[in-house]
Write a protein that binds this ligand. Structure first.
Ligand code: NI
Length: 196
């Protein structure tokens, strides 16, 4: 081996390692947009249910579930959605008894477990209210790539702007797609029951 070749070996190995590192980095970066379409929406959370129990995403495995964000002081969007979801769950009937709909508050300061419990008493009992401390709620909002922002009102009060998307999750807790409520409840219920 000539001196020249030996001098070249070290830089070549360094270059090779560098390229390998780049290739690995590219694979890691590209993985979330892999063609499976299984974008990482959802994820681990630890919150408190309207019954005062600590729950995680694992508690909802085994049956399809809907997830949506809102707050009990919401003037119209949230109550309408809760009503529509109740209708869908009613249409799902006995076959959909294990289905759950997770109403995750974006206003945990006002939405205590007790406040959620009394609010949800007007809706289907398969709807589970979830709250928690602010960091836990914010982390959940981020995990679902949702959006929530406090907006002050003139009288010193505030409202919450938030994502109105309803997420359909399968029995393994994987995101299936956004769930359309703008159709007859029986038709929406069929989509839920296909995941049971
Ligand atoms: Ni709302």
């Amino acid at each position: 081996m000539s001196v020249t070749v030996r001098r070249l070996i070290v830089p070549l190995i360094a270059l090779g390692l560098g390229l390998a590192t780049l290739a690995i980095a590219a694979v890691i970066v590209l993985r979330p947009s892999a063609p499976t379409g299984a974008a990482a929406i959802g994820g681990p959370f630890t919150l408190v249910s309207h019954e005062g129990k600590i729950v995680t995403e694992r508690d909802f495995r085994g049956a399809p579930h809907l997830v949506f964000f809102g707050f009990t002081h919401c003037p119209d969007v949230c109550p309408t959605k809760l009503f529509e979801i109740s209708e869908v769950l009613r249409a799902a009937g006995e076959r959909g008894r294990a289905v759950r709909a997770l109403f995750i508050t974006v206003d945990p300061e006002r939405d205590t477990p007790e406040a959620l419990k009394s609010y949800l008493a007007s809706f289907d009992e398969r709807i589970v209210g979830l709250t928690g401390d602010r960091p836990a709620v914010d982390a959940t909002v981020r995990a679902f790539r949702a959006y929530a922002r406090k907006a002050p009102l003139k009288d010193g009060d505030y409202t919450m702007e938030h994502t109105s998307l309803v997420y359909l999750m399968d029995r393994d807790g994987r995101f299936v797609g956004s769930f359309n409520l703008a159709r007859p409840p029986a038709e929406a219920a069929q989509e839920l029951l296909r995941q049971v």
